[in-house]
Design a protein around this ligand. Structure first.
Ligand code: C2E
Ligand code: MG
Ligand code: MG
Ligand code: MG
Length: 278
């Protein structure tokens, strides 16, 4: 199986190498979960009318023992493939909920109103997932509305167990956001069949505002969809004052992005909240 094409041989060797690299990364993830190499950072979600932080999104960070920072975009898919996302995701959920409880204790009324946590398809398909979420909320003395679960269209597109989990969470009072809205297996029909509370409009559409076309057709359309269905819309990846102004003029109430604040660990986050209170 070699003579015919050096090309094919190289290709399959490359595939092997890639599979091996993913396997190694997966094993490293497992060790890191035991060794405490993960932490969670928090990014503000603000009210565009007054810049007040109304909520925070929890985002996981991994410090690889040798490679240092590895992006979630690189390791989350690996953790999904080898199943570790179930355990890692529960750890993230617990860390985020404990953090919100701590903020409430330390900051009172200045604490963010809720915490937004990303959940992958693999977690939703785990039969006990809604019960785990209920337990984590109870452990931390949080009401279900204190949590917003972010899922992607792709994660729930196939229907089945993942949608059932979303329905169970929603029935328990946990709110649901569709993340990166407009980039997945988009179907507006999904908004009628799945209980959704929040649309997170993807950064790529927000980027159009300052892009060369000078128009932002999709952000404009999506605020109408969102309002028409009685959902709230959060514009993701807001990087400039101009984008924030434009979104506000279209009727967006909430935004998230580097312009308002980067994801930071707890101490920095608490400091920024205390500052904006003054
Ligand atoms: P996401 O949930 O859509 O999160 C938003 C991503 O955009 C984050 O990247 C955030 O740091 C980045 N971001 C926020 N504002 C801006 C901005 O103004 N400009 C730019 N260029 N980027 C901005 P991050 O933390 O690298 O996460 C990437 C993706 O990895 C997330 O996208 C999410 O899909 C996944 N992810 C991150 N943390 C978790 C987690 O705890 N669990 C799961 N299942 N997935 C996670
Ligand atoms: Mg998200
Ligand atoms: Mg997003
Ligand atoms: Mg996004």
């Amino acid at each position: 199986a070699k003579a015919a094409g050096g090309h094919l041989v190289t290709y399959s060797a490359e595939l092997d190498e890639r599979a091996e690299a993913a396997e190694r990364l997966g094993a490293d993830l497992r060790h890191s979960l035991e060794d405490g190499d993960f932490h969670v950072v928090y990014q503000p979600i603000v009210d565009l009318r007054d810049g007040r932080t109304v909520a925070v999104e929890a985002l996981v960070r991994w410090t690889h023992p040798v490679r240092g920072f590895v992006s979630p975009a690189a390791f989350i898919p690996v953790a999904e493939d080898n199943g570790l996302i179930v355990e890692l995701g529960e750890w993230i959920m617990r860390a985020a909920c404990r953090q919100l409880a701590d903020w409430r204790r330390d900051l009172g009324g200045a604490a963010p109103g809720y915490i937004s946590v990303n959940v992958s398809a693999r977690q939703l398909s785990e039969p006990g997932f809604p019960a785990v979420v209920a337990a984590v909320l109870a452990e931390n003395g949080l009401e279900p509305r204190a949590l917003l679960v972010e899922v992607t269209e792709t994660a729930i597109f196939g229907g089945g167990v993942a949608i059932e989990a979303v329905e169970a969470l929603h029935a328990a009072g946990v709110r649901i956001a569709l993340d990166d809205f407009g980039t997945g297996h988009s179907s507006l029909g999904l908004l009628r069949t799945v209980p959704v509370d929040v649309l997170k409009v993807d950064k790529s559409f927000v980027d159009e505002i300052t892009g060369s076309s000078g128009r932002a057709v999709i952000v404009d359309a999506l605020i109408h969809v969102s309002n028409g269905l009685g959902l709230s819309a959060v514009a993701e990846g807001v990087e400039t004052a101009g984008q924030a102004d434009y979104l506000r003029s279209l009727g967006y109430q909430y935004g998230q992005g580097y312009f308002f604040g980067r994801p930071v660990p707890d101490p920095g986050f608490t400091a920024s909240l205390t500052e904006s209170r003054r």
